[in-house]
Design a binder for this molecule. Structure first.
Ligand code: 9MR
Length: 331
């Protein structure tokens, strides 16, 4: 009896995974996943869990895989929250995108105060070995480095660049490849959605990494967009694809300048349709991750108080017409 009940549960889980609607549709277009995020604020919300289960096929931890969560002091690794998310995803047959190994933000103070090359090299190497090593074989893709350039195309003034120069990027990729040889390794950034020095210099950096033999598999474009301002998105995504590397849209949301009204929600529907179609139409684009399920839980509320409503479900977890924009691009 116990065994057959387990079989029933397994079958239900498998069926749920198989029916993940947006995910199944983008797979039918030859892509790898349609994903979303989860974290401590949503992992116990039954409605969000249900939407993740039924619509999405890949999971990114919104915060719990970041350096300050996992290694708050040197050598003190805290995997509790990160493991919960990994297990949530794995037990439901979802892919995992690992976010992120080396990033200037949500970085504990002790890393920022390192000022010699040897120590920082050891610190980066150990962090990547511990984190990517722990989930070895379970992560589809890692954002190995995140946001290393400023919008003007200059190097960001992080502890990593100050102490190690560009070598920190090479070091991070080489270490990640050894720690988890089967994971796809990505450079990830925002504001790659329009022409300018940031995308130019990102592409130049990618070229230098490849020339140096540094193992990189993909470019992630976060795509934190604003309704009605996505005209350049498709052409810039094509530039990323022209490298021949994999491309992923890693943190998609399309926020609306307040007040939100029906016309702007309709524009948002069209914009979600355009962005999804851009990925579908680009052979190198492997998948899309939306940065949140419902408007109730979005980083936009606190960071851009004059914008709102960036996601596919509203504050009451009701499906918005933006969902239809995505769905139509997949049909
Ligand atoms: O969504 C995340 C939010 O909960 C955090 O407070 C914030 C802190 O920096 O990070 C947000 O996620 C960011 C992601 O990790 C990297 N790209 C930009 C995202 C939005 O800020």
């Amino acid at each position: 009896m116990k065994l057959s009940l387990e079989l029933v549960f397994t079958a239900i889980l498998a069926a749920t995974a198989a029916e993940a609607a947006l995910d199944a549709k983008i797979k039918a277009k030859g892509k790898v996943y349609y994903g979303n995020i989860i974290d401590r604020n949503t992992i116990n919300d039954g409605t969000i869990q249900n939407i993740l289960n039924t619509e999405f096929g890949a999971i990114t931890a919104e915060n719990s895989w970041k350096w300050d969560s996992i290694e708050p002091s040197r050598g003190n690794f805290q995997f509790g929250n990160a493991d919960s998310i990994a297990n949530w995803a794995t037990s439901r047959g979802k892919l995992i995108r690992g976010h992120t190994l080396v990033w200037h933000s949500q970085l504990p103070g002790w890393v920022n105060s390192v000022n010699d090359r040897n120590t920082l090299t050891q610190v980066i190497t150990n962090h990547i070995n511990q984190v990517a090593g722990r989930y070895r074989g379970r992560v589809y893709a890692w954002d190995v480095v995140n946001e290393v350039l400023e919008d003007n195309g200059n190097w960001r003034n992080s502890v990593f660049y100050r102490v190690l120069g560009e070598e920190f990027v090479h070091l991070a990729f080489r270490t990640a490849r050894t720690a988890d040889p089967d994971a796809k390794l990505y450079i990830n950034d925002y504001n790659l959605d329009y022409a300018g020095p940031k995308i130019d210099n990102t592409l130049a950096l990618v070229q230098r990494l490849r020339t140096a033999g540094t193992p990189i598999d993909g470019i992630g474009t976060q795509a934190h967009l604003v309704v009605g301002r996505i005209a350049a998105f498709d052409s810039q995504l094509q530039r990323l694809g022209a490298t021949g590397l994999d491309v992923a849209i890693t943190e998609l949301d399309i926020r609306i300048p307040k007040p939100v009204d029906q016309a702007k929600l309709q524009q948002q529907q069209r914009d979600y349709n355009t962005v999804t179609a851009s990925c579908v139409n680009l052979p190198q684009c492997v998948g899309i991750t939306i940065w949140g399920v419902s408007d109730r839980y979005s980083w936009v509320d606190s960071t851009f108080p004059s914008d709102d409503a960036p996601l596919l479900w509203d504050d009451s977890n009701r499906r918005k017409i933006a969902y239809d924009g995505v769905d139509q691009a997949l049909n």
